[in-house]
Design a protein around this ligand. Structure first.
Ligand code: GUN
Length: 280
């Protein structure tokens, strides 16, 4: 078998077009504030991408760039100001923050109704009980992609490899909400190969190039590779050996799979926030 490669780029364009059409019907324009601290090159690329997405979708955006040596007090003051600004429906503080800053305190300071990343503990708790306003962008992008390709997780065994707060844990919750049977594995799981071989849907989000080899994929499984690593040659790659496509029924490429979907879901979350603020 050779897997159907799921085209995240094309699907993200479709999602963004949908957002744009919805924005046109809003009484006032949704807005997103993106906060970048320091000069991490990867973060700069991500922030630029988010601003571009906003422009494409008709969402108003403002970027706030604080210097690398910004203090916790300065960053908290900025978040509090943005919390009060009606033009700003969503606030995204790009992670990781420089090491001297307390990420947890910053995420707690963002008003939950503006937390388009869904990182605030209130929203994480809402997700756990299935009452969420927002879904974290990457796991939500995975669910949308499966839906688009007609893959229903109900009753299937979904194995999530990775337990991060940003992807692995919320991914497991969203799969559970869709009635999958869920196993969470990680780099310390002893019999990772046996676990992966049981997966009808395998979501790789451990951040280790080459962790999932082709012989760990069940014939006909759906393989979603969330990771974004660089191999020894400096080339972008996921956690899954591309040779797994010979066994999978559907698989996501890296790049061009989940990544563009993450960005598109941020636009949807910004619309959700604007609706919460009565802008529709
Ligand atoms: N850094 C890497 N991924 C993300 C994300 O989804 N949101 C934020 N705020 N920072 C990130």
């Amino acid at each position: 078998m050779s897997a159907v490669m799921m085209d995240g780029k094309a699907l993200a364009a479709k999602v963004k077009e949908g957002v744009r059409n919805q924005v046109e019907a809003f009484r006032s324009r949704p807005g997103l504030a993106v906060v970048l601290v320091g000069d991490d090159p990867a973060s700069r690329v991500y922030v630029n991408g988010k601003k571009k997405d906003c422009a494409e979708c008709g969402i108003y955006s403002e970027e706030y760039h604080l210097p690398q040596e910004a203090t916790q007090a300065q960053l908290l003051e900025l978040v509090r100001t943005l919390n009060e600004r009606e033009e700003m429906d969503g606030i995204l503080v790009q992670l990781p923050l420089p090491a001297h800053l307390d990420e947890r305190e910053v995420l707690l300071a963002i008003r939950p109704d503006k937390d388009v990343d869904c990182f605030h503990p209130f929203n994480v708790g809402q997700l756990m009980i299935g009452e969420q306003s927002f879904q974290p962008c990457t796991p939500a992008g995975v669910m949308r992609m499966l839906e688009e390709y007609g893959i229903d997780p109900a009753g299937k065994h979904c194995v999530v490899v990775g337990r991060s707060n940003i992807v692995g844990k919320p991914q497991a919750m969203l799969m559970l909400q869709k009635n999958a049977t869920v196993t969470i594995c990680h780099t310390r799981t002893r019999n990772l190969k046996e676990m992966c071989l049981q997966a009808d849907i395998l979501v790789a989000a451990a951040g280790r190039a080459g962790l999932i080899t082709a012989d760990m994929v069940k014939e006909g499984a759906v393989v979603v590779d969330v990771a974004m690593n660089r191999n020894e040659a400096g080339k972008l790659c996921g956690d899954v050996d591309p040779a797994a496509a010979q066994r999978a029924s559907y698989m996501t490429p890296v790049p061009g799979g989940v990544g563009p979907m993450t960005r598109a879901m941020l636009m949807e979350n910004t619309l959700t926030a604007a609706r919460l603020h009565g802008k529709q």
